[in-house]
Design a protein around this ligand. Structure first.
Ligand code: C2E
Ligand code: CA
Ligand code: CA
Ligand code: CA
Length: 282
């Protein structure tokens, strides 16, 4: 269409350089952020559908950038995963989540599991050792901790992964399989992994109740999860219609904006004081 090929090549090169430059900027910024206290955790509650009880919370990292404001994880976690910096980010997240759980434990709250997201690259033999050490240093009851992993973690050396999972389970720390249904793991091999909870991905929850296939997938995950002995939670629950469908389908737990967005610790504590624990006591 009369395009000048040289022109488009030049544009392409420019884009690539800008992309690379931007990545390097984010990476060095993130290194700085780690040492400089710019990362924060927000907490989103999880509820049992049947009882309405608060049963857990997910810790989600944010970058409080001095110029750019609150940067969402989608803008730095994938990059941190590709550069390996995710290992240091993950160390910080586990440390911070355990420190927070220890504060809640010390305040006499009944334990609810605080779930930490763990990337595939962090899931190595040193992880259970680090988890054990962190629990010990904070004198934290392991009933306070859960790790959320994704199907990409399962795609690695199966026996090694199972070994690491067994060591995490032996500590009394729970494991859940996040974004379930979006990856490529086969159902037959799912049964080999010692996992407590399957987490239905938000992309399926969003399609409930109008999308027939999303409803079918959610229902299938719940039925199969229960047969394999897992609990099932749905993430991204925003409407009462979604909650009602999930209740009817026998889903155990829910998490989503219908209840609360991920909140800074002090706002999460307000929820605990004023709403969520009241639900807990009936
Ligand atoms: P994820 O683990 O699937 O987390 C759920 C995401 O859905 C969160 O986005 C949460 O804020 C959002 N969400 C929860 N309920 C609703 C809802 O009802 N509606 C909508 N529209 N969204 C909802 P967030 O916090 O932006 O995190 C995005 C992803 O970044 C996470 O997806 C996770 O993969 C990654 N991530 C976040 N924190 C960490 C971390 O500490 N370590 C690692 N490795 N990854 C993290
Ligand atoms: Ca998660
Ligand atoms: Ca998820
Ligand atoms: Ca998800």
């Amino acid at each position: 269409h009369g395009e000048n090929p040289d022109h488009s090549v030049a544009f392409y090169r420019l884009d690539m350089n800008e992309g690379m430059q931007q990545r390097m900027q984010i990476e060095s910024g993130l290194r700085h952020a780690l040492g400089n206290g710019e990362l924060v955790l927000h907490y989103q509650p999880k509820f049992e559908i049947g009882s309405g009880r608060l049963v857990g919370a997910e810790a989600l990292v944010r970058w409080q950038h001095p110029q750019r404001g609150m940067v969402p994880p989608s803008e730095f976690i994938p990059l941190a995963e590709s550069t390996g910096l995710i290992v240091q980010v993950g160390e910080w997240v586990l440390e911070q989540a355990c420190a927070q759980a220890a504060v809640w434990q010390g305040a006499g709250l009944p334990p609810f599991r605080l779930a930490v997201n763990v990337s595939a690259r962090e899931f190595s033999a040193s992880l259970p050792i680090r988890v054990a050490d962190t629990l010990r240093r904070y004198r934290l009851d392991p009933a306070w901790l859960e790790l959320e992993i994704t199907e990409s973690t399962l795609m690695r050396d199966v026996d090694a992964v199972i070994g690491i999972m067994d060591r995490i389970n032996a500590l009394g720390v729970a494991l859940s399989l996040d974004d379930f249904g979006t990856g490529y793991s086969s159902l037959s091999y799912l049964k080999r992994f010692p996992i407590d909870t399957l987490k239905i991905d938000r992309s399926f929850t969003t399609g409930i109740p109008q999308g027939a296939s999303d409803c079918a997938i959610a229902g299938t995950i719940i039925g199969m999860g229960h047969k394999l002995g897992h609990r099932v939670i749905a993430e991204g629950v925003e409407t009462l219609e979604q909650l009602e469908f999930l209740r009817q389908a026998g889903c155990d737990e829910v998490q989503g904006y219908l209840y609360a967005k991920p909140l800074p610790a002090y706002e999460f504590e307000t929820g605990l004081r004023e709403n969520w624990l009241l639900l807990a006591s009936g």
